[in-house]
Write a protein that binds this ligand. Sequence first.
Ligand SMILES: CC(C)[C@H](C(=O)O)[C@@H](O)C(=O)O
Ligand code: SF4
Length: 476
Amino acid sequence: MTDAERSSRTMYDKVWARHVVKTYDDGTSLLYVDRHLVQEVSSPQAFAGLRDAGRTLRRPDAHVAVADHAVSTKVRGAVSLGSGLAAKQVARLADNAERFGIPYVPTFDRRHGIVHVIGPELGFTLPGAVLVCGDSHTCTHGAFGALAFGIGASECESVFATQTLRQAKQKRLRVWLDGALPPGLQVKDVILAVIAAIGAGGGTGYAMEFAGSLIPTLSMEQRMTMCNMAIEAGSRVAMIAPDATTFAYLKNRPLAPKGAEWGAAVAHWTGLASDADAVFDREAHIDVAALTPIVSWGTSPEECGPVTGLVPDPAVEPEPSRRARMQRSLDYMALTPGMPLAGIAIDRVFIGSCTNGRIEDLRSAAAVVAGRHVAESVRAIVVPGSASVRLMAEAEGLDQVFQAAGFEWRHAGCSLCVAMNDDRLLAGERCASTSNRNFEGRQGVGARTHLMSPAMAAAAAVTGHLCDVRTIEASA
Ligand SMILES: CC(C)[C@H](C(=O)O)[C@@H](O)C(=O)O
Ligand code: SF4
Protein backbone atom coordinates (compact mmCIF):
# COMPACT_ATOMS: atom_id res chain seq x y z
CA MET A 1 0.00 0.00 0.00
CA THR A 2 1.42 3.41 -0.86
CA ASP A 3 1.18 6.30 1.59
CA ALA A 4 -1.32 8.08 -0.65
CA GLU A 5 -3.66 5.08 -0.47
CA ARG A 6 -3.74 5.06 3.32
CA SER A 7 -6.86 6.72 4.65
CA SER A 8 -5.99 6.18 8.27
CA ARG A 9 -2.55 6.85 9.63
CA THR A 10 -0.15 5.72 12.29
CA MET A 11 1.37 8.19 14.74
CA TYR A 12 4.63 7.98 12.80
CA ASP A 13 2.80 8.85 9.54
CA LYS A 14 1.15 11.86 11.17
CA VAL A 15 4.29 13.38 12.64
CA TRP A 16 6.24 12.63 9.48
CA ALA A 17 3.60 14.27 7.22
CA ARG A 18 3.58 17.49 9.25
CA HIS A 19 7.34 17.87 8.78
CA VAL A 20 7.75 17.16 5.07
CA VAL A 21 9.22 20.19 3.31
CA LYS A 22 9.62 18.45 -0.02
CA THR A 23 9.50 14.93 -1.49
CA TYR A 24 12.05 13.73 -4.04
CA ASP A 25 11.62 11.40 -7.01
CA ASP A 26 13.36 8.56 -5.17
CA GLY A 27 10.67 8.70 -2.47
CA THR A 28 12.87 10.29 0.18
CA SER A 29 11.70 13.47 1.86
CA LEU A 30 13.27 16.59 3.22
CA LEU A 31 12.06 16.83 6.82
CA TYR A 32 11.95 19.92 8.97
CA VAL A 33 13.79 19.29 12.25
CA ASP A 34 12.33 20.98 15.31
CA ARG A 35 14.99 20.12 17.84
CA HIS A 36 18.58 18.94 17.92
CA LEU A 37 20.48 17.67 20.94
CA VAL A 38 24.25 17.93 20.69
CA GLN A 39 26.92 16.00 22.60
CA GLU A 40 30.71 16.10 22.60
CA VAL A 41 31.49 12.85 20.78
CA SER A 42 29.51 13.19 17.56
CA SER A 43 29.53 16.97 17.04
CA PRO A 44 33.17 18.08 16.44
CA GLN A 45 33.16 17.05 12.78
CA ALA A 46 29.86 18.85 12.14
CA PHE A 47 31.11 22.07 13.74
CA ALA A 48 34.38 21.80 11.78
CA GLY A 49 32.38 21.39 8.56
CA LEU A 50 30.41 24.55 9.32
CA ARG A 51 33.58 26.47 10.06
CA ASP A 52 35.30 25.28 6.89
CA ALA A 53 32.31 26.26 4.76
CA GLY A 54 31.87 29.56 6.59
CA ARG A 55 28.27 28.65 7.43
CA THR A 56 26.22 29.79 10.38
CA LEU A 57 23.29 28.12 12.09
CA ARG A 58 19.81 28.36 10.62
CA ARG A 59 18.20 28.43 14.09
CA PRO A 60 20.61 28.47 17.05
CA ASP A 61 17.74 28.21 19.56
CA ALA A 62 16.67 24.82 18.20
CA HIS A 63 19.73 23.11 19.69
CA VAL A 64 20.92 22.23 23.18
CA ALA A 65 24.48 21.06 23.77
CA VAL A 66 25.72 19.03 26.72
CA ALA A 67 28.80 16.91 27.39
CA ASP A 68 27.96 13.49 28.82
CA HIS A 69 30.02 10.65 27.31
CA ALA A 70 33.49 11.81 28.26
CA VAL A 71 32.87 13.59 31.54
CA SER A 72 34.31 12.31 34.77
CA THR A 73 31.61 11.22 37.21
CA LYS A 74 33.97 11.25 40.19
CA VAL A 75 34.42 14.97 40.57
CA ARG A 76 32.32 17.87 39.41
CA GLY A 77 32.91 21.57 39.36
CA ALA A 78 33.94 24.42 37.12
CA VAL A 79 37.59 23.34 37.24
CA SER A 80 37.20 19.57 37.48
CA LEU A 81 37.81 18.59 33.89
CA GLY A 82 41.50 17.77 34.16
CA SER A 83 43.51 17.05 31.03
CA GLY A 84 43.53 14.33 28.37
CA LEU A 85 41.32 13.56 25.41
CA ALA A 86 38.05 13.46 27.36
CA ALA A 87 38.65 16.90 28.87
CA LYS A 88 39.54 18.24 25.42
CA GLN A 89 36.29 16.89 23.98
CA VAL A 90 34.26 18.58 26.68
CA ALA A 91 36.14 21.87 26.35
CA ARG A 92 35.73 21.77 22.57
CA LEU A 93 31.96 21.37 22.84
CA ALA A 94 31.72 24.36 25.19
CA ASP A 95 33.86 26.36 22.78
CA ASN A 96 31.84 25.36 19.69
CA ALA A 97 28.56 26.08 21.44
CA GLU A 98 29.74 29.54 22.33
CA ARG A 99 31.14 30.23 18.88
CA PHE A 100 27.91 29.18 17.12
CA GLY A 101 25.55 30.63 19.70
CA ILE A 102 23.95 27.37 20.86
CA PRO A 103 22.55 26.97 24.38
CA TYR A 104 25.13 24.95 26.33
CA VAL A 105 24.63 23.19 29.66
CA PRO A 106 27.92 23.18 31.60
CA THR A 107 28.93 20.02 33.47
CA PHE A 108 28.55 21.73 36.86
CA ASP A 109 25.06 23.06 36.06
CA ARG A 110 21.96 21.76 37.87
CA ARG A 111 20.48 20.95 34.47
CA HIS A 112 23.46 18.82 33.40
CA GLY A 113 23.13 15.14 32.56
CA ILE A 114 23.01 12.54 29.82
CA VAL A 115 21.54 14.09 26.71
CA HIS A 116 18.60 11.64 26.65
CA VAL A 117 17.81 12.28 30.30
CA ILE A 118 17.93 16.08 30.24
CA GLY A 119 16.04 16.60 26.96
CA PRO A 120 12.78 15.43 28.58
CA GLU A 121 13.62 17.03 31.94
CA LEU A 122 13.95 20.41 30.29
CA GLY A 123 10.80 20.00 28.23
CA PHE A 124 13.02 20.27 25.15
CA THR A 125 11.56 16.92 24.07
CA LEU A 126 7.94 17.39 23.03
CA PRO A 127 5.23 15.19 21.47
CA GLY A 128 4.84 15.53 17.72
CA ALA A 129 8.28 17.10 17.29
CA VAL A 130 11.01 15.84 14.99
CA LEU A 131 13.99 15.59 17.34
CA VAL A 132 17.44 14.38 16.33
CA CYS A 133 20.84 13.88 17.94
CA GLY A 134 24.12 12.40 16.75
CA ASP A 135 23.49 9.46 19.03
CA SER A 136 21.76 6.16 18.37
CA HIS A 137 19.71 6.21 21.58
CA THR A 138 17.77 9.27 20.45
CA CYS A 139 14.86 6.84 20.01
CA THR A 140 14.40 7.36 23.79
CA HIS A 141 12.49 10.60 23.14
CA GLY A 142 9.82 8.71 21.17
CA ALA A 143 8.40 7.85 24.61
CA PHE A 144 6.73 11.29 24.36
CA GLY A 145 5.33 10.73 20.88
CA ALA A 146 8.20 12.63 19.27
CA LEU A 147 9.64 11.36 16.00
CA ALA A 148 13.16 11.06 17.35
CA PHE A 149 16.13 9.31 15.81
CA GLY A 150 19.90 9.19 15.83
CA ILE A 151 21.85 10.77 12.97
CA GLY A 152 25.44 10.77 11.72
CA ALA A 153 27.98 13.59 11.89
CA SER A 154 27.36 14.90 8.35
CA GLU A 155 23.63 14.92 9.05
CA CYS A 156 24.28 16.96 12.21
CA GLU A 157 26.03 19.50 10.02
CA SER A 158 23.04 19.63 7.70
CA VAL A 159 20.67 20.19 10.64
CA PHE A 160 22.89 22.97 11.98
CA ALA A 161 23.01 24.72 8.62
CA THR A 162 19.51 24.13 7.24
CA GLN A 163 17.32 22.75 10.05
CA THR A 164 16.33 19.99 7.63
CA LEU A 165 17.34 16.41 6.84
CA ARG A 166 16.72 14.18 3.85
CA GLN A 167 15.28 10.87 5.06
CA ALA A 168 13.72 7.70 3.73
CA LYS A 169 10.48 6.76 5.40
CA GLN A 170 10.59 3.59 7.50
CA LYS A 171 8.04 0.80 7.50
CA ARG A 172 5.75 0.51 10.52
CA LEU A 173 6.03 -2.12 13.23
CA ARG A 174 3.64 -2.26 16.16
CA VAL A 175 4.72 -4.15 19.25
CA TRP A 176 1.81 -5.13 21.47
CA LEU A 177 2.66 -5.38 25.16
CA ASP A 178 -0.31 -6.91 26.91
CA GLY A 179 -0.76 -7.83 30.54
CA ALA A 180 0.51 -6.38 33.81
CA LEU A 181 4.14 -6.53 34.96
CA PRO A 182 4.49 -9.46 37.37
CA PRO A 183 6.01 -8.69 40.82
CA GLY A 184 9.80 -8.29 40.68
CA LEU A 185 9.78 -7.41 36.99
CA GLN A 186 10.59 -4.06 35.44
CA VAL A 187 10.16 -2.68 31.95
CA LYS A 188 13.83 -3.47 31.28
CA ASP A 189 12.77 -7.13 31.37
CA VAL A 190 10.02 -6.36 28.87
CA ILE A 191 12.26 -4.60 26.36
CA LEU A 192 14.93 -7.30 26.65
CA ALA A 193 12.17 -9.83 25.95
CA VAL A 194 11.08 -7.81 22.89
CA ILE A 195 14.66 -7.75 21.56
CA ALA A 196 15.12 -11.48 22.21
CA ALA A 197 11.83 -12.15 20.40
CA ILE A 198 12.36 -10.08 17.27
CA GLY A 199 16.18 -10.16 17.21
CA ALA A 200 18.87 -7.46 17.22
CA GLY A 201 18.11 -6.79 13.54
CA GLY A 202 14.39 -7.56 13.71
CA GLY A 203 13.34 -3.92 13.78
CA THR A 204 15.75 -2.69 11.11
CA GLY A 205 13.93 -0.53 8.58
CA TYR A 206 10.90 -0.14 10.85
CA ALA A 207 9.61 2.66 13.03
CA MET A 208 8.39 0.85 16.11
CA GLU A 209 5.29 1.77 18.04
CA PHE A 210 4.56 0.28 21.46
CA ALA A 211 0.90 -0.40 22.15
CA GLY A 212 -1.18 -2.67 24.36
CA SER A 213 -2.62 -2.72 27.86
CA LEU A 214 0.77 -2.29 29.59
CA ILE A 215 1.44 1.14 28.08
CA PRO A 216 -1.14 3.33 29.89
CA THR A 217 0.11 1.90 33.21
CA LEU A 218 3.70 3.05 32.59
CA SER A 219 5.34 6.22 33.92
CA MET A 220 7.36 8.40 31.54
CA GLU A 221 10.56 6.99 33.06
CA GLN A 222 9.43 3.48 32.20
CA ARG A 223 8.37 4.49 28.70
CA MET A 224 11.79 6.02 28.13
CA THR A 225 13.51 2.77 29.18
CA MET A 226 11.37 0.93 26.62
CA CYS A 227 11.97 3.32 23.73
CA ASN A 228 15.67 3.74 24.58
CA MET A 229 16.40 0.15 23.60
CA ALA A 230 14.42 0.01 20.33
CA ILE A 231 17.70 0.65 18.51
CA GLU A 232 19.04 -2.57 20.05
CA ALA A 233 16.40 -4.33 17.95
CA GLY A 234 17.48 -2.25 14.94
CA SER A 235 14.66 0.33 15.01
CA ARG A 236 15.96 3.89 14.79
CA VAL A 237 12.52 5.15 15.80
CA ALA A 238 10.25 4.06 18.64
CA MET A 239 7.05 5.84 19.61
CA ILE A 240 4.42 5.77 22.34
CA ALA A 241 1.20 7.77 22.00
CA PRO A 242 1.17 10.78 24.32
CA ASP A 243 -1.51 10.68 27.02
CA ALA A 244 -2.37 12.25 30.39
CA THR A 245 0.84 10.78 31.90
CA THR A 246 2.90 12.49 29.19
CA PHE A 247 1.18 15.84 29.65
CA ALA A 248 1.52 15.71 33.45
CA TYR A 249 5.25 15.04 33.09
CA LEU A 250 5.76 17.95 30.69
CA LYS A 251 3.58 20.60 32.30
CA ASN A 252 5.68 23.46 33.71
CA ARG A 253 8.98 22.06 32.41
CA PRO A 254 11.25 25.00 31.55
CA LEU A 255 10.98 24.71 27.74
CA ALA A 256 7.44 23.29 27.50
CA PRO A 257 4.68 25.54 26.11
CA LYS A 258 3.06 27.84 28.67
CA GLY A 259 -0.31 29.57 29.12
CA ALA A 260 -2.67 29.44 26.14
CA GLU A 261 0.02 27.67 24.11
CA TRP A 262 -0.10 24.77 26.56
CA GLY A 263 -3.79 24.12 25.94
CA ALA A 264 -3.34 24.31 22.17
CA ALA A 265 -0.34 22.00 22.36
CA VAL A 266 -2.20 19.38 24.40
CA ALA A 267 -5.09 19.49 21.93
CA HIS A 268 -2.67 18.86 19.07
CA TRP A 269 -0.73 16.16 20.94
CA THR A 270 -3.95 14.32 21.80
CA GLY A 271 -4.62 13.81 18.10
CA LEU A 272 -1.25 12.22 17.39
CA ALA A 273 -2.15 8.66 18.39
CA SER A 274 -2.41 6.14 15.56
CA ASP A 275 -5.90 5.93 14.10
CA ALA A 276 -7.84 2.90 15.34
CA ASP A 277 -7.82 1.37 11.86
CA ALA A 278 -4.25 2.38 10.96
CA VAL A 279 -2.41 -0.40 9.18
CA PHE A 280 1.07 -1.46 10.26
CA ASP A 281 3.44 -3.39 8.03
CA ARG A 282 4.15 -5.80 10.86
CA GLU A 283 2.84 -6.59 14.33
CA ALA A 284 4.54 -8.41 17.22
CA HIS A 285 3.01 -9.55 20.50
CA ILE A 286 4.53 -10.04 23.95
CA ASP A 287 2.60 -11.54 26.85
CA VAL A 288 4.01 -9.38 29.63
CA ALA A 289 2.29 -11.31 32.42
CA ALA A 290 4.16 -14.48 31.42
CA LEU A 291 7.68 -12.96 31.64
CA THR A 292 10.39 -13.75 34.20
CA PRO A 293 13.36 -11.46 35.01
CA ILE A 294 15.85 -11.45 32.17
CA VAL A 295 19.64 -11.21 31.95
CA SER A 296 21.88 -11.17 28.92
CA TRP A 297 24.45 -13.95 28.57
CA GLY A 298 26.10 -12.94 25.27
CA THR A 299 27.54 -9.96 23.46
CA SER A 300 24.39 -8.75 21.72
CA PRO A 301 21.29 -7.52 23.55
CA GLU A 302 19.29 -10.27 21.80
CA GLU A 303 21.42 -12.87 23.56
CA CYS A 304 19.43 -12.88 26.75
CA GLY A 305 16.99 -15.09 28.58
CA PRO A 306 15.20 -15.75 31.87
CA VAL A 307 17.54 -15.63 34.88
CA THR A 308 15.92 -18.88 35.98
CA GLY A 309 17.35 -20.58 32.87
CA LEU A 310 20.68 -21.96 31.71
CA VAL A 311 23.44 -20.65 29.50
CA PRO A 312 22.29 -21.95 26.09
CA ASP A 313 24.13 -24.58 24.10
CA PRO A 314 25.32 -23.55 20.62
CA ALA A 315 25.35 -27.23 19.63
CA VAL A 316 21.54 -27.27 19.51
CA GLU A 317 21.39 -24.22 17.23
CA PRO A 318 20.74 -25.54 13.71
CA GLU A 319 21.73 -22.41 11.79
CA PRO A 320 25.56 -22.43 11.32
CA SER A 321 26.21 -18.67 11.40
CA ARG A 322 24.04 -18.28 14.50
CA ARG A 323 25.78 -21.23 16.11
CA ALA A 324 29.22 -19.68 15.44
CA ARG A 325 28.06 -16.32 16.76
CA MET A 326 26.74 -17.92 19.98
CA GLN A 327 30.00 -19.81 20.48
CA ARG A 328 32.00 -16.64 20.03
CA SER A 329 29.79 -14.87 22.59
CA LEU A 330 30.20 -17.65 25.12
CA ASP A 331 33.97 -17.70 24.61
CA TYR A 332 34.17 -13.95 25.13
CA MET A 333 31.88 -14.11 28.14
CA ALA A 334 33.75 -17.16 29.55
CA LEU A 335 30.52 -19.11 30.02
CA THR A 336 29.84 -22.81 29.56
CA PRO A 337 26.62 -24.16 28.02
CA GLY A 338 24.25 -25.56 30.62
CA MET A 339 25.51 -23.38 33.51
CA PRO A 340 22.63 -21.87 35.50
CA LEU A 341 22.58 -18.12 34.83
CA ALA A 342 21.71 -17.41 38.44
CA GLY A 343 24.92 -18.00 40.33
CA ILE A 344 27.41 -16.56 37.82
CA ALA A 345 29.82 -14.53 39.98
CA ILE A 346 30.29 -10.86 39.13
CA ASP A 347 33.00 -8.30 39.94
CA ARG A 348 31.27 -5.01 39.24
CA VAL A 349 27.82 -3.44 39.24
CA PHE A 350 26.77 -0.39 37.27
CA ILE A 351 23.45 1.30 37.95
CA GLY A 352 22.95 4.20 35.57
CA SER A 353 22.89 5.17 31.84
CA CYS A 354 20.21 6.72 29.64
CA THR A 355 18.34 3.42 29.89
CA ASN A 356 18.12 3.13 33.66
CA GLY A 357 19.65 6.20 35.32
CA ARG A 358 16.38 7.93 36.16
CA ILE A 359 14.83 8.48 39.57
CA GLU A 360 12.48 5.48 39.48
CA ASP A 361 15.37 3.23 38.51
CA LEU A 362 17.36 4.44 41.49
CA ARG A 363 14.37 4.01 43.78
CA SER A 364 13.83 0.43 42.65
CA ALA A 365 17.50 -0.47 43.11
CA ALA A 366 17.61 1.24 46.51
CA ALA A 367 14.57 -0.75 47.62
CA VAL A 368 16.51 -3.99 47.04
CA VAL A 369 19.74 -2.66 48.55
CA ALA A 370 18.22 -1.13 51.72
CA GLY A 371 19.50 -2.87 54.83
CA ARG A 372 21.88 -5.06 52.84
CA HIS A 373 25.53 -4.77 51.88
CA VAL A 374 27.37 -5.07 48.58
CA ALA A 375 29.14 -8.46 48.45
CA GLU A 376 32.80 -8.25 49.46
CA SER A 377 34.12 -9.25 46.04
CA VAL A 378 32.05 -6.61 44.21
CA ARG A 379 32.67 -2.95 43.41
CA ALA A 380 29.40 -1.17 42.73
CA ILE A 381 28.57 2.34 41.50
CA VAL A 382 25.40 4.33 41.07
CA VAL A 383 25.57 7.06 38.44
CA PRO A 384 22.43 9.22 38.25
CA GLY A 385 21.43 10.10 34.70
CA SER A 386 21.35 13.81 35.48
CA ALA A 387 22.19 16.32 38.20
CA SER A 388 18.47 16.70 38.73
CA VAL A 389 18.04 12.95 39.31
CA ARG A 390 21.00 13.07 41.70
CA LEU A 391 19.45 15.94 43.67
CA MET A 392 16.04 14.26 43.80
CA ALA A 393 17.62 11.03 44.99
CA GLU A 394 19.59 12.88 47.67
CA ALA A 395 16.44 14.65 48.84
CA GLU A 396 14.88 11.20 49.31
CA GLY A 397 17.95 9.80 51.07
CA LEU A 398 18.71 7.25 48.35
CA ASP A 399 22.38 8.29 48.28
CA GLN A 400 22.55 7.30 51.96
CA VAL A 401 20.95 3.92 51.26
CA PHE A 402 23.44 3.19 48.48
CA GLN A 403 26.48 4.44 50.34
CA ALA A 404 25.56 2.62 53.55
CA ALA A 405 25.43 -0.54 51.45
CA GLY A 406 28.87 0.12 49.99
CA PHE A 407 27.99 1.64 46.61
CA GLU A 408 29.90 4.64 45.24
CA TRP A 409 27.59 7.61 44.63
CA ARG A 410 28.60 9.51 41.49
CA HIS A 411 27.84 12.59 39.44
CA ALA A 412 25.83 12.36 36.20
CA GLY A 413 27.30 11.09 32.94
CA CYS A 414 27.44 8.06 30.64
CA SER A 415 30.14 6.57 32.86
CA LEU A 416 30.50 2.80 32.69
CA CYS A 417 27.89 2.45 29.94
CA VAL A 418 30.64 3.19 27.45
CA ALA A 419 34.40 3.12 27.90
CA MET A 420 34.92 6.72 26.74
CA ASN A 421 35.67 8.27 30.13
CA ASP A 422 37.65 7.27 33.19
CA ASP A 423 35.13 4.63 34.30
CA ARG A 424 35.90 1.27 32.76
CA LEU A 425 36.29 -2.38 33.62
CA LEU A 426 39.53 -4.31 33.55
CA ALA A 427 39.91 -7.12 31.03
CA GLY A 428 38.07 -10.20 32.23
CA GLU A 429 35.93 -8.35 34.77
CA ARG A 430 32.25 -9.24 34.77
CA CYS A 431 29.63 -6.57 35.35
CA ALA A 432 25.92 -6.58 36.16
CA SER A 433 24.83 -3.50 34.27
CA THR A 434 21.61 -1.55 33.78
CA SER A 435 22.87 -0.08 30.48
CA ASN A 436 21.76 -1.06 26.98
CA ARG A 437 24.73 -2.60 25.18
CA ASN A 438 26.79 -5.67 25.98
CA PHE A 439 29.04 -5.58 22.91
CA GLU A 440 32.60 -6.85 23.16
CA GLY A 441 34.72 -4.18 24.83
CA ARG A 442 31.76 -1.91 25.54
CA GLN A 443 32.71 -1.38 29.19
CA GLY A 444 36.46 -1.75 28.59
CA VAL A 445 38.76 -3.99 26.58
CA GLY A 446 38.00 -7.61 27.43
CA ALA A 447 35.23 -6.60 29.85
CA ARG A 448 32.10 -8.76 30.20
CA THR A 449 28.67 -7.16 30.47
CA HIS A 450 25.39 -8.68 31.62
CA LEU A 451 22.39 -6.45 30.93
CA MET A 452 19.50 -6.43 33.39
CA SER A 453 17.01 -4.28 35.27
CA PRO A 454 18.01 -1.97 38.14
CA ALA A 455 16.39 -4.28 40.71
CA MET A 456 18.25 -7.26 39.27
CA ALA A 457 21.57 -5.35 39.25
CA ALA A 458 20.98 -4.40 42.89
CA ALA A 459 20.31 -8.05 43.70
CA ALA A 460 23.55 -9.04 41.95
CA ALA A 461 25.43 -6.40 43.95
CA VAL A 462 24.32 -7.71 47.32
CA THR A 463 24.68 -11.41 46.50
CA GLY A 464 27.85 -11.18 44.39
CA HIS A 465 26.32 -13.13 41.52
CA LEU A 466 23.54 -12.99 38.96
CA CYS A 467 20.37 -13.87 40.79
CA ASP A 468 16.61 -13.71 40.54
CA VAL A 469 15.59 -10.58 42.44
CA ARG A 470 12.32 -12.28 43.38
CA THR A 471 14.22 -14.73 45.60
CA ILE A 472 15.82 -11.81 47.48
CA GLU A 473 12.57 -9.97 47.87
CA ALA A 474 10.97 -13.14 49.18
CA SER A 475 13.68 -13.52 51.85
CA ALA A 476 13.25 -9.92 53.08
C1 LIG B 1 29.08 7.88 21.22
C2 LIG B 1 27.68 7.83 20.66
C3 LIG B 1 27.68 8.42 19.32
C4 LIG B 1 27.09 6.43 20.81
C5 LIG B 1 25.75 6.26 20.11
O1 LIG B 1 25.56 6.62 18.96
O2 LIG B 1 24.84 5.72 20.68
C6 LIG B 1 26.93 6.09 22.27
O3 LIG B 1 26.08 6.98 22.93
C7 LIG B 1 26.46 4.70 22.47
O4 LIG B 1 25.59 4.48 23.30
O5 LIG B 1 27.01 3.80 21.83
S1 SF4 C 1 24.43 6.44 28.58
FE1 SF4 C 1 25.30 4.94 27.21
S2 SF4 C 1 23.78 4.54 25.68
FE2 SF4 C 1 23.22 6.44 26.69
S3 SF4 C 1 24.09 8.03 25.42
FE3 SF4 C 1 25.58 7.55 27.02
S4 SF4 C 1 26.92 6.01 26.10
FE4 SF4 C 1 25.09 6.13 24.81
